[in-house]
Design a protein around this ligand. Structure first.
Ligand SMILES: [Zn+2]
Length: 409
C-alpha cells in the first residue's frame, strides 16, 4: 500500500472513531433523560445532569483531540518533528528516545487543562471533588518522577535492543513489557500506591471481625486489608483487589466505609474475594497476555514497511513514526478488543456479585449496590450500546436484578 493511501486510511479511521464516540455519548445522554419521566427523585435528576455534563465534556475532549491529530497528519508534523530531532541530535538511539519522550511529555501537558477542568469544575460542581490544588500538583510531580524512573530505563533498553536486532524486537519487547506489567500488578499496592495515598491496615472493630469471619467461612486466606484515603481526592467510593500470591491485598476506600453500613462493606469485600476465588484475576491477565502477543507480532511484521513511516511524513523506516502510524491503524481493532474485554469483565462482575450474595446474604449486596449507584451518580438509564462498548461493570439495576434472580434474599 502506498504511503499516501495509508495516510488517507489513518485520517478516515481517526475521524470515524471520533464521530462514533461522540454519537455514543449523545445517545447515552438522551437515554439517561428518559429516567426523568414521571416523578424522578432528586438523586435521579442529579445523576442525569451529571451524565450529561460528563459526556458533553468528553465530546469536547474527543473533538479537540481529533482536530489536533488531523493537523499532525495533514501537515506532516510528526515527520517534521522527527527530522528536526535528527538534525540536532547525534545517534539513532538518542534521536528515537528524545522523540518518544517528547511525544509522551506533549501528551501529558496537553492533558493537564482537561484534568484541571474535570477535577475543579465538573467533579466539583456535582460535589465529588475533594482534591486541593496542592494535591493536584503533587500528584502530577510524583507521576512524572515515578513514570520517568520506570519509562526512561525501559525505553532506552528497548531502543538499544532494537538497534542491535531490529527484526527480533517484537517478541523481546513483548516479554519485557509483560514482565514489567506483572511486577507492577504484584507490587503496585505495596510500592507504588503508598506514594500517592495513605494506606492503613483495617483497624480492629466490628467490621474487621465480620470480615475475618467471612474469610474463615469461605476458607479464604486474605493477607491484607487496607483502608485508603480515597477521600483526599474524591467523595466517590470504591474497593479493589490487587496483587498475586503473598501480596494479595484488598483495598477499601475510606469513603466506602464512611457511607455504607458494616454489612454492606463486608458484602463489597465478599465481592472482591469472589474475583480472586473465581479466577477472574488470572483469566484477565492471561487474556491481556494473548492479546498483546498478537499485537506485538503484528507490529513486528508491519514496522519494516517503509510506507508506515512515510505516511506520517518520514523518509525511510523510522521506528517511532511506524509506532504511531501502527497505533492509529490498529485503533479500530483495539476498540473492538475493548468491547470484548468489557463484556468478559461484566460477566465476571455478575459472578462476583453472586459469590458475595451466597457467602454473605443477597440483601447486603443489593443494598450496597443501591448505595453505590446513588453515591456515584451512575446513569440511571444508560444506552444499551454505550453499556456494550464502555461499561466494565454492568449497570447497577442489572446487577441487582441478577442477584435477585439467582439468589434468594
Ligand atoms: Zn468487581
Amino acid at each position: 500500500m502506498s504511503a499516501e493511501l495509508l495516510k488517507t486510511l489513518i485520517i478516515v479511521i481517526t475521524v470515524s472513531i471520533a464521530i462514533f464516540r461522540v454519537i455514543l455519548n449523545e445517545l447515552d445522554v438522551r437515554s439517561s433523560a428518559q429516567a426523568l419521566s414521571g416523578k424522578p427523585s432528586e438523586d435521579t435528576v442529579k445523576a442525569v445532569a451529571y451524565t450529561k455534563a460528563k459526556h458533553r465534556f468528553e465530546n469536547a475532549n474527543i473533538l479537540i483531540q481529533m482536530v489536533l491529530v488531523l493537523c499532525f497528519l495533514i501537515f506532516g508534523w510528526f515527520g517534521q518533528f522527527q527530522q528536526l530531532i535528527a538534525a540536532n541530535i547525534q545517534g539513532q538511539l538518542w534521536q528515537d528516545f528524545v522523540f518518544l519522550i517528547s511525544l509522551l511529555g506533549g501528551l501529558f501537558v496537553f492533558g493537564i487543562p482537561f484534568s484541571v477542568y474535570r477535577t475543579f469544575v465538573l467533579e466539583a460542581k456535582f460535589g465529588f471533588n475533594r482534591t486541593t490544588i496542592a494535591t493536584f500538583i503533587l500528584d502530577r510531580v510524583r507521576g512524572i518522577i515515578i513514570g520517568g524512573l520506570i519509562l526512561v530505563p525501559l525505553s532506552l533498553a528497548l531502543l538499544w535492543i532494537y538497534q542491535l536486532i531490529p527484526t527480533q524486537i517484537w517478541w523481546i519487547a513483548f516479554i519485557i513489557l509483560s514482565l514489567v506489567n506483572l511486577i507492577m500488578f504484584a507490587i503496585g499496592t505495596t510500592v507504588i500506591l503508598p506514594l500517592f495515598n495513605k494506606l492503613q491496615e483495617l483497624p480492629e472493630g466490628e467490621l474487621k471481625t465480620k470480615i475475618l469471619k467471612l474469610c474463615q467461612d469461605q476458607n479464604y486466606k486474605l493477607k491484607r486489608i487496607f483502608v485508603m484515603d480515597g477521600s483526599k481526592r474524591s467523595s466517590k467510593t470504591n474497593a479493589f483487589f490487587s496483587g498475586i500470591g503473598k501480596s494479595k491485598t484488598i483495598v477499601l476506600f475510606d469513603s466506602l466505609i464512611e457511607k455504607h453500613t458494616v454489612d454492606e462493606v463486608v458484602g463489597v469485600l465478599g465481592h472482591e474475594i469472589g474475583h480472586d476465588r473465581l479466577g477472574h484475576v488470572k483469566t484477565i491477565f492471561l487474556l491481556n497476555l494473548i492479546q498483546s502477543f498478537f499485537i506485538f507480532a503484528l507490529f513486528g511484521w508491519a514496522v519494516q514497511e517503509p510506507a508506515l513511516s512515510q505516511a506520517l511524513g518520514g523518509n525511510g523506516v523510522e521506528l517511532e513514526l511506524a509506532l504511531i502510524a501502527f497505533a492509529m491503524l490498529f485503533s479500530p481493532i483495539s476498540f473492538l478488543l475493548g468491547i470484548l474485554d468489557n463484556s468478559i469483565s461484566r460477566r465476571n462482575e455478575h459472578g462476583s456479585d453472586i459469590f458475595a450474595a451466597k457467602a454473605y446474604g443477597a440483601k447486603h449486596i443489593i443494598s450496597a449496590l443501591k448505595r453505590l449507584g446513588i453515591d456515584n451518580l451512575s446513569n440511571p438509564k444508560p444506552h444499551p450500546m454505550y453499556v456494550t462498548v464502555y461499561y466494565s461493570h454492568p449497570p447497577v439495576s442489572q446487577r441487582i436484578a441478577h442477584v435477585e434472580k439467582m439468589v434468594k434474599a
